[in-house]
Design a protein around this ligand. Structure first.
Ligand SMILES: Cc1ncc(COP(=O)(O)O)c(C=O)c1O
Length: 418
């Protein structure tokens, strides 16, 4: 009786959440879950962008392991961090991205706030732009891009303007559209730029092209917001991967950088990153930093401590830093070799089509250019999981599965052309 009354009351009662319609789960996380439930022994996960070693296992970087031990030996505590984050981490992370020289000359013009990894840095940048700009800017986003870019900025109320980044037919960056979009953009617009290792295409501008883009951004008065989720992970060298950030900063324009240590230190779950803004002068930097502090306080109060302590420990210690640089080379070389191996196996297996684009791309991802039908067939028949746009995490390949993946792709493509 009591139960009946309760269910009757529930039926008649209206919910405060009546506008909360069902939203589909995030595609990549849903794919990972599907993969984990799959019992097929030869299954391959090429969906989520997480580094795996040559045996398909998560890799704790030796530099991180040593940093953790050093931290533990110093007597780790669990106190709150300051609102803006771990001081040495903020300093070292900014210096890492800007390089010693640029950092030394601009230090007082930089506002920096630790964030909940790269995603949190982007979100914080959105909050800052919403609060700190007289007029809400349009956010210009390359398409395709990392699936969360649009979601982060549109959920904060920004008008997002997508533009074509990639020419599917020519399998290269769509330069005409790229430069034309920037040249026609309204002054004061924000443009999201992948500092390196463009996700998902794997195609980055050359240095010459970055210089050209920098000219347009400066002349149009745009605000470049760099998403730097793969510094050092892409080429194995921080200096090479930070070229775009350093070049734009040296142009004397205001620049925003969202840094993540998820990929380059393998600290995925620690959620460590930062947002820094290089502003026009010391007074603006001071104001911006105070706004960031207020925004952080009302959002998360203060950021997670452990990851930032690990990063600071590594960056501060010359020997550990060198060890980390070696780890970056290990990861990037393994990815490069798997990229090459996949390419060669595709050719050997007679996979229909041209595959040169695969070895022209860089970074964590390979953008295969397969039709959705083939992507689905690879999952259903061969238990190979990849994003629906046929972006694969090259790090998911290893000597034991790369031939199987290539032959499966070839089989699926051949059967669809019969
Ligand atoms: C381009 C890009 N930006 C940002 C992120 C954010 O990563 P995290 O929040 O884990 O640092 C990712 C993660 O895949 C990414 O690919």
């Amino acid at each position: 009786m009591a139960n009946e009354m309760e269910s009757q009351a529930r039926k008649t009662c209206t919910s405060i959440f009546d506008a909360a319609t069902y939203i589909l789960p995030d595609a990549i996380f849903a794919l990972t879950e599907e993969y984990h439930k799959d019992r097929y022994p030869k299954k391959v996960n090429l969906g989520q962008g997480t580094y795996r070693d040559a045996f398909g296992n998560p890799w704790v970087l030796p530099s991180v392991q040593t940093g953790r031990e050093k931290l533990a030996s110093q007597g780790l505590n669990h106190e709150y961090l300051p609102i803006l984050g771990h001081e040495k981490f903020r300093l070292e992370a900014t210096k890492l991205a800007l390089g010693d020289q640029l950092f030394a000359s601009l230090r007082d013009q930089v506002a920096v706030c630790q964030s909940v990894s790269g995603t949190g840095a982007l979100h914080l940048a959105g909050l800052l732009l919403r609060r700190g700009c007289k007029e809400r800017p349009t956010v210009i986003i390359p398409t395709p891009t990392w699936s969360n870019h649009r979601q982060v900025f549109s959920s904060l109320g920004f008008d997002c303007h997508p533009f074509s980044y990639y020419d599917e037919a020519k399998k290269r960056i769509d330069w005409e559209c790229y430069l034309d979009t920037l040249k026609r953009a309204r002054s004061g617009s924000v443009v999201i730029l992948h500092a390196c290792a463009h996700n998902p295409t794997g195609f980055d501008p050359t240095r010459e092209k970055w210089i050209e883009i920098g000219c347009v951004v400066k002349n149009r008065g745009l605000f470049p917001l760099f998403d730097a989720a793969y510094l050092g992970f892409n080429s194995g060298s921080i200096d090479d991967d930070a070229f775009s950030i350093r070049h734009f900063t040296a142009l004397g324009i205001e620049v925003g950088v969202c840094l993540s240590f998820a990929k380059n230190m393998g600290l995925y779950g620690e959620r460590v990153g930062c947002l820094f803004i290089v502003s026009q002068n010391v007074a603006i930097a001071r104001n911006v930093q105070s706004v960031l502090e207020m925004l952080q306080r009302s959002e998360i109060s203060n950021p997670p401590a452990y990851g930032s302590k690990i990063v600071a420990t590594i960056l501060e210690d010359e020997a550990l830093r060198r060890m980390w640089y070696e780890d970056l080379r290990t990861m990037s070389l393994r990815i490069k070799s798997m990229r090459q191996a996949l390419y060669e196996h595709l050719i050997q297996a007679g996979a229909p089509g041209l595959w040169e684009h695969l070895i022209q791309q860089t970074g964590m991802f390979g953008f295969l250019g397969l039709p959705l039908e083939t992507v689905n067939r690879l999952k259903e028949r061969h238990h190979i999981y990849m994003a629906s746009n046929s972006r694969i995490s090259i790090a998911g390949l290893n000597p034991n599965n790369v031939q199987y993946v290539a032959e499966s792709i070839a089989k699926c493509l051949k059967s669809s052309t019969i």
